[in-house]
Design a protein around this ligand. Structure first.
Ligand code: NAP
Length: 301
């Protein structure tokens, strides 16, 4: 079967694109390497999406998935490993190949590692990239969160309700994330913010026991923590599609606001796209735009 629209990635951007394409009567296949939902699934409370403040990321993603399925989009849980361009575009997975008239790449991004020695070996033994997934393992213990963006601020706030002490470690003297969240953190007695500081060493036996933090004067402090939540940004998942999309210096997919790429019939939507604001609302907006552009492209064939 040749699908009208093949969407790679079942996050908010991909699923919104599927909704728009299905409502236009097009056949839609969504390929997803992991589970549906993407990054939003890690957010405990979504406070900034219109209409339903406080919904969890998991509930949001589940309702979106159910809505998309009910409209008749097909989901296949396989990793897209490449696209072969042509009149019919072929998307390859380890299991086989899927043909489509148009493709929307909505693959989002993955966690950036901190790059400290021993980090990878300690994943699941104290090092985590998802506070909402793993936070409960550190109830009443001391933990550290690294980063200065919204993810780090929100993770620190989330952990402040669970952990005994939360050290928030940021390499600058001001945050990149929202001031309102930073202010909530400053008011929490069990949150200690270490500015101008980086994590330079992990000390562990089988599990993480301590971290060494170095400030900009070179002064080292050893902190007893059982958990280290790394929230230092994201890496776009675009590399497999470099033959059909242009990437900027940092690996984000270049496109205009119309989500078109250098390849006619291939579009990008959501967090993997080069843009200024990466939010749930801009991801879903991208999904709508990319699907609308895909419909125009199909009509032009
Ligand atoms: P981000 O905004 O890119 O922030 C990454 C942070 O990590 C920056 O503060 C950066 O420092 C720091 N960093 C990077 N590499 C580091 C390293 N090797 N060592 C120490 N620190 C390092 O990433 P994010 O917080 O994951 O957010 C990604 C996007 O999602 C953003 O657009 C964010 O606004 C959005 N988001 C929104 C919400 C929300 O609206 N509720 C929630 C979560 C995320 P510098 O400041 O020095 O660069």
């Amino acid at each position: 079967m040749i699908y009208d629209v093949l969407i790679i990635g079942a996050g908010p951007a991909g699923m919104t694109a599927a909704i728009y394409a299905r409502r236009a009567g097009k056949s839609v296949l969504v390929l997803e390497a992991k589970g549906y939902g993407g990054q939003i699934i890690k957010t405990p409370d979504i406070e900034n999406y219109p209409v339903e403040p406080g919904i969890s990321g998991y509930d949001f993603a589940t309702r979106l998935y159910e809505q998309t399925k009910a409209l008749g989009a097909e989901f296949v849980f396989e990793r897209a490993e490449g696209i072969v361009d042509g009149n019919v575009k072929k998307v390859k997975t380890p299991e086989g190949e899927y043909g489509a008239k148009s493709v929307i790449i909505a693959t989002g991004s993955e966690s950036r590692p901190l790059g400290v020695e021993g980090e990878t070996a300690l994943i699941g033994r104290g090092v985590s990239y998802c506070a909402t997934c793993d936070g409960n393992f550190f109830r009443n213990k001391a933990v550290a969160v690294v980063g200065g963006g919204n993810t780090a601020l929100e993770d620190a706030l989330y952990m402040a309700d669970i952990a005994e002490t939360v050290y928030l470690i940021h390499r600058r003297d001001s945050f990149r994330g929202e001031e309102a969240t930073a202010e909530l953190l400053r008011r929490r007695e069990n949150v200690k913010i270490l500015y101008n500081s980086t994590v330079t060493e992990l000390i562990a036996d089988r599990r993480l026991r301590q971290i060494v933090v170095t400030d900009k004067e070179g002064v080292k402090t050893t902190l007893d923590v059982r958990g280290l939540f790394v929230a230092v940004g994201r890496i776009p998942e675009n590399r497999a599609f470099e033959n059909v999309i242009e990437l900027d210096g940092a690996g984000w997919a270049s496109s205009g606001e119309n989500c078109r790429t250098k390849t006619p019939g291939v579009f990008v939507a959501g967090d993997n796209r080069s843009k200024d604001v990466r939010q749930l609302v801009t991801a879903t907006a991208d999904g709508a735009v990319a699907a609308t552009e895909a419909l125009k492209y199909i009509a032009s064939l």
